[in-house]
Design a protein around this ligand. Structure first.
Ligand code: 0XW
Ligand code: MG
Length: 368
């Protein structure tokens, strides 16, 4: 068994509900979907979709450009040999982890289908019968943010991520206080600024909200700034954008800077890389999320499969972007919100999705 063909699709995901972060608003990112066709006819799917050109240092057009080199490099490889595949990808091009993530995820889907197993079982098995999610409360007025936080908790959400940044700091403080007033016992609040504050602003917030139980997710842009806020503020620090690879993550754990992580499959390079980080975080008892920047059912199913294997006490949740674009590639099995949880696809082996590639249009590239 060997990979005989690689197909690349470009699929726009138009945002239906406004989604803003400190740096940008998500419009219509074009997701990259890859299909690996094995010589036994089995097909594995992967995906990478970056939310905006600002959230992380890669771009959706660049993903497809990198696949011009990576696609041919996959031919002849055996999908089940994940370390061999990743070594071949790293020997082909430096970095470009989003493109590598799409191919790595497709290898897991393909290999699991060939073995007749769900990816979640190959990753070690689900630790509970539901996968907790977290929900984003967007940048809004204090009243709007509090209303959204209340509504989400009414729907069963137990983990809220409040977006901040990109405006006057006292407006952020007012929204944090308003949301904190409606956070119920058992609900975890993370304030995610996506690198948008200076250390002065972050410490203003931490001092003004010292009595509020919350974490600060990526308040500032650099590790040095995060360390300053950690040392001089009052809140635990969750690292997202700086959590770029396992060596950095290990350092952030051993230095004590990171009290948690917001981890993304496309930033780390796929399920093979994320599995190693998962084991490090679980062994270190540092909570992590399992999600990605944006995308459809394929990347969502990969994040939920990995998220299902987390120790529930250390899971910050698995996030999906479906509520913001409403697109399912598999209407029956695509991951969707279920109160405070997200569903794990059960459509069969692999990622659990049943996909008709014709829905993605004509491939933008084919390598064989
Ligand atoms: C909430 N997310 C997973 C989606 C957006 O792409 C940003 C990201 C985050 O945690 O910042
Ligand atoms: Mg984040």
């Amino acid at each position: 068994m060997a990979i005989a063909e690689v197909r690349v699709y470009a699929v726009p995901l138009e945002t239906q509900n406004i989604y803003t972060m400190s740096s940008s608003r998500v419009a219509t990112p074009v997701s990259t979907i890859v299909a690996l066709i094995d010589d036994d006819g089995t097909v594995g799917f992967g995906e990478a979709c970056l939310a905006t050109p600002h959230y992380q240092s890669e771009h959706n057009d660049g993903v497809r450009a990198a696949l011009e080199l990576l696609g041919p490099a996959m031919l002849g490889l055996e999908a089940q040999r994940f370390t061999v595949v990743n070594a071949a990808m790293d020997a082909t091009i430096e970095g470009q982890r989003a493109a590598k993530a799409a191919l790595d995820i497709a290898c897991w889907d393909l290999a699991a289908k060939q073995l007749g197993q769900p990816v979640v079982d190959m990753l070690g098995g689900a630790r509970s019968d539901h996968v907790v999610s977290y929900h984003v409360v967007g940048i809004a007025t204090p009243e709007e943010a509090a209303a959204e936080a209340s509504a989400l908790q009414d729907q069963g959400s137990t983990r809220l991520q409040l977006k901040t940044g990109g405006r006057l700091i006292h407006d952020d403080i007012a929204s944090i206080r308003a949301v904190a007033d409606v956070v119920r016992p058992g609900t975890d609040l993370a304030v995610d600024t996506n690198r948008g504050w200076s250390t002065v602003e972050a410490l203003q917030v931490s001092n003004a909200c010292a009595s509020i139980t919350m974490s600060l997710e990526q308040p500032c842009a650099t590790e040095a700034e995060l360390a300053d806020v950690k040392a001089n503020g009052h809140h635990p620090i969750v690292v997202d954008e700086n959590a770029t690879d396992i060596r950095t993550i290990a350092r952030l754990i051993t230095s004590g800077l990171a009290n948690g992580f917001g981890l993304k499959l496309t930033r780390l390079g796929g399920l093979t890389a994320m599995r190693a980080v998962r084991d490090l975080c679980m062994a270190s008892r540092v909570p992590m999320s399992s999600d990605d920047a944006w995308g459809g059912d394929i990347i969502a199913a990969a994040g939920v499969a990995l998220g299902a294997t987390l120790d529930p006490r250390l899971s910050r949740g698995a996030w999906i972007s479906h509520p913001y674009h409403g697109v399912h590639y598999d209407d029956a099995n695509g991951p969707r919100l279920d109160g405070g949880n997200v569903t794990l696809p059960a459509g069969g082996p692999g990622l659990g999705l049943v996909l008709d590639p014709d829905q993605f249009g004509e491939p933008v590239a084919v390598y064989r």
